[in-house]
Design a binder for this molecule. Structure first.
Ligand code: URA
Length: 212
């Protein structure tokens, strides 16, 4: 079975996890990808943002949310009153999954990860969350929502609500801790970008208000 679990070192801190994740072979996505893109940011963050998987630029640079979606996210956090420098950002899946389509030449086209791949990668997310112990989790988009809440998750129905905290490995917080919203890249694809951005900000404000 696909499983990152055997690659996750016990008792490691975030730098140790990041180093070990570079050699993860828990699913086949490591082979075509350039490198593992581990989470990054404030190890004491009260808010952790969880995306789907690294994109093309993240895969090349080895850092999450450094491409166009990352710029949208940073602006939205600022506007929602969350200091981006005090957050930790990571992804449900830590390798870029892509395909080549003939009519698009050399471009690597993003493919959504499967439930199996998300399940395989979950021990990394669990280890990150167990160390950081954030008060609030933000799921960015449908894939992150499904990775945290299961395949019945619907971002259109559940976005912008403070939801019960899911147990993710050793990470478990009593009460409500999870806010889901659209993926920042959906803002870039929207017909009305301004409205989509405002929606993202308004969901992030729910996360900001959940911080006691
Ligand atoms: N999209 C994601 O979901 N994660 C990233 O790191 C970049 C883009």
């Amino acid at each position: 079975a696909y499983d990152a679990g055997p690659f996750v070192p016990a008792r490691a801190k975030l730098p140790g996890l990041r180093k070990a994740a570079a050699d993860c072979r828990g699913c086949p996505l490591h082979a075509p990808a350039t490198q593992t893109v581990f989470g990054a940011g404030d190890a004491d963050a009260r808010v952790v943002l969880i995306g789907e998987q690294p994109g093309d630029q993240e895969d090349r640079k080895g850092h999450p949310f450094v491409g166009p979606a990352g710029h949208v996210l940073t602006r939205a956090l600022d506007e929602a009153g969350i200091d981006p420098d005090k957050t930790y950002v990571t992804n449900a899946v830590k390798h870029f999954k892509f395909e080549h389509v003939p009519e698009r030449g050399k471009r690597r086209i993003h493919k959504p990860p499967s439930l199996r791949e998300m399940g395989a990668c979950k021990p990394w997310l669990a280890a990150e969350l167990a160390l950081i112990e954030p008060e609030v989790l933000v799921a960015l988009g449908a894939t992150a929502g499904k990775a945290l809440l299961g395949s019945s998750f619907r971002v259109t129905k559940q976005r912008g609500l403070l939801l019960p905290c899911p147990a993710i490995g050793a990470y478990e917080t009593a009460g409500d801790c999870l806010v889901a919203t659209i993926h920042p890249s959906a803002v870039l694809r929207a017909d009305d970008r301004e409205a989509a951005f405002a929606g993202l900000v308004s969901d992030l404000r729910v996360a900001a208000e959940a911080l006691s």
